[in-house]
Design a protein around this ligand. Structure first.
Ligand code: AMP
Ligand code: MN
Ligand code: MN
Ligand code: MN
Length: 283
């Protein structure tokens, strides 16, 4: 089934539930040998993940999932092999943290106006370094405003709902440039999850490739077989390499469990070829 590779994962440094050590333990048990921790807009968990990986005999690729904007939509770009100390990466992270803090205050205000406990939720996530909507969803569930986090998205935080604040993240092209400036490879995350028509989606992939993006996340958690075909076609048409990532936030959600992903189709060049050791005799 899977290639033992998972290049899209979250820890509790963003909106995942596991700390980096627990995540690495889960990966080791799941047969994953090469992984990238890709928390939203932060590299804070990478050192701990790398240390745990070394101890467990796994290969860790330094990753991040940056929030970007294109055509008024939020698009996620995974950076693989980034240098967290690079000025471009530190600036990318700092910009988005400021935007997230401002947005969190805005979300709280809108929730309050709609009769939900927005301020209480904001207080609940005061200590969170990278406040995401997932944190709001958990807080709203905790505060009794929704049955669970998924219901909180449906009722309060999802597109068109009272607590939905349209985000103005840095542009897609600028985001790809930030990743490249930090020595990383830019991967367009979960290409079929955006609210786009098929034509817009092809334009997105083309724009991403023209901006210097190198790979498309062809295999992602929860893809149906016909979607895998669609994603493969998108990568091939744009001349992009392919990546594989579960996007696991919580191992209790079965369709996002690491180690259960489909193999990258043979026709697609694997993005991890660039980290494979050079074959003997090669230059
Ligand atoms: P943010 O980057 O703060 O807008 O938060 C986005 C995150 O919220 C995504 O990465 C998902 O983990 C989560 N999310 C978005 N939509 C939903 C949904 N409908 N149900 C559950 N989680 C969601
Ligand atoms: Mn998330
Ligand atoms: Mn994402
Ligand atoms: Mn993700």
């Amino acid at each position: 089934m899977s290639d033992g590779i998972d290049l899209h994962l979250h820890s509790d440094h963003s909106d995942g539930v596991l700390d980096p050590e627990s995540l690495v333990a889960l990966l080791a048990q799941s047969g994953v040998h090469t992984f990238a921790l890709t928390d939203h807009d932060t590299t804070a968990g990478l050192d701990r993940a790398a240390t745990a990986a070394l101890a467990a005999g796994l290969r860790a690729i330094a990753g991040i999932e940056l929030s970007a904007s294109w055509l008024g939509r939020t698009i996620h770009v995974v950076g693989l092999g980034v240098d967290p100390g690079a000025a471009a990466m530190q600036a990318a992270v700092a910009t988005r943290h400021a935007m997230r803090r401002a947005r969190a205050a805005n979300i709280a205000l809108r929730l309050d106006r709609a009769g939900a406990p927005g301020s209480a939720a904001l207080a609940w996530l005061a200590g969170v370094a990278v406040p995401t909507r997932t944190h709001f969803a958990r807080a709203l569930a905790e505060l009794g405003a929704a049955r669970d986090a998924a219901a909180a998205f449906d009722r309060w935080l999802g597109h068109g709902k009272p607590g939905h604040v349209p985000s103005e993240w840095p542009a897609l092209e600028a985001t790809v440039a930030e990743i490249r400036a930090a020595g990383g490879t830019a991967v367009l995350a979960h290409p079929l999850r955006y609210r786009l028509s098929a034509g817009q989606r092809r334009t997105l992939v083309k724009t991403f490739a023209a901006a210097g993006g190198e790979a498309l996340e062809v295999v992602t958690g929860g893809l149906a077989p016909h979607q895998l075909e669609t994603a493969t076609g998108l990568a091939l048409r744009a001349g992009l390499a392919g990546s594989v990532g579960s996007d696991c936030h919580d191992p209790a959600l079965p369709w996002h469990r690491p180690g259960r992903l489909a193999k990258l189709p043979e026709a697609v060049v694997p993005v991890w070829d660039r980290w494979a050791p050079a074959p003997a005799g090669a230059r």
